[in-house]
Design a protein around this ligand. Sequence first.
Ligand code: NAD
Ligand code: UGA
Length: 453
Amino acid sequence: MAIMGALEAFVMNLAIIGTGYVGLTTGTCFAEVGHNVVCVDNNRDKVQALLDGKMPIYEPELEDLISSNVSAGRLAFTTDLAEAVATCDIIFIAVPTPPHDDGSVDLSYIEAVSHDIADALRPEYGYRVIVDKSTVPVSTGRKVYEVIARYSRADLDVDVVSNPEFLREGSAVQDLMHPDRVVIGTNSQRAMDLMKRVYQPFSAPIVEVDLASAELIKHAANSFLALKISYINAVSRVCEKSGADVELVAKGIGMDKRISRHFLNAGLGYGGSCFPKDVKGFINISRQLGAPLHLLEEVENINATQLEHFVNRIKEQLWVLRNKRIAVWGIAFKQNTDDVRESVAVKIIRRLAEEGALVTAYDPKAAETGAKALEGCPVEICDDMYECVRGAEVLVVATEWKQFANANLVRVRELMKLPIIFDGRNVIHGENAVHAGFEYHSVGRKSLYPANK
Ligand code: NAD
Ligand code: UGA
């Protein structure tokens, strides 16, 4: 009974507007710790699929958590935003914030939801907290408040909070259940106290800041991680020229706790729906504010040229790519996801096909999403990683899935026409590849050849 009492003390009614990667996983994890959650989306097909028990995305652990929380009556899905606003104390916004062509952030989804919330609010509902979870440029929260104040029908008791999300796709559930920190930005103590109640069951350190600082923390954090990746990729090119090994360099610098080994994996560059757009967004807002972050322009430049550098290295070996059979392992933008948004693997497949190569591709989870992203590109998507390499002259590893690292290389060698691996994610054990008869090329390390070559 004492435990029930303690539990009830923090349970709240939460609405999440936008049931995508962030909204669906966040809503489910809030339900898992005991809150009552309704996830709202304006995509009727997506909501119907969720009501039918079908998953719109692949994310480890998520399906079981959704089903147990729906059964427990703590998690619901709807298209009815007004009903969610009527019944929930806190309303989270988790809609897309894609880039415009000039790099600025398209805030029209945020504006539309703010407008919808304003329409739905009624004075008799009492105090409401509107929380922005989407990644936005600094000062967006203030504009959300202004839209709500302008379009709502009466004087309302509302506060706006920024609570940026730091989950990674592929480990979203674990990241949400055990966050390094929770950032809450608001200028209202009342809203802060309610938000701390929401996060009480997570026992994570809470960073209490003002609205603008919270918004900036998110852009600055993602840009810093992207900067680390571009830094190690630039270092990898120096390694290639000098005979050093980027993995050893990353280990040596990463053991300094001030630097850390995380996000120092050299590869084909960062992709995904967030780093590319958030670096652009941060560059854009910093320029608008008159404090331009030129440093991040170089981060982008290194990222953009990393793929071309890798393709040139393949060309150095194969000379002409036209009519060469190239197998690509990996289509998703990273391991453990089916997400192909801004995937570097998709870009390399397109690039090789443009050169006239005959490309086959395989991904454990992203075959369907990959087929859509690669529409019009002459690539054969295979449903088996070994079938994908049959008759190939080169194998390119483009995504860091574990099963590629653990592949049976002797079998791969038997199936391929020529024994050449280009490992764009440094996941294959080079010595094992050479043992199986391959010449092995990777990022930022000397190429390895069988003894008889
Ligand atoms: P998403 O595209 O997967 O999901 C967004 C959802 O919002 C979609 O289901 C869409 O139908 C819905 N939506 C759009 N307009 C709506 C409206 N007016 N009313 C109701 N629903 C609406 O996007 P995402 O990857 O979840 O990203 C959402 C935000 O979170 C972005 O700002 C992103 O930068 C940020 N973010 C993403 C991640 C990630 O790993 N994907 C991590 C942290 C932060
Ligand atoms: C990233 C951040 O890690 C999250 O904290 C953040 O919440 C999220 O963006 C977001 O704002 O959306 P995510 O994009 O899901 O998460 O995946 P990451 O694991 O960060 O990988 C991003 C890209 O960087 C991938 O293409 C990956 O292959 C690449 N990467 C990552 C490297 O090339 N090297 C590394 O060392 C790490």
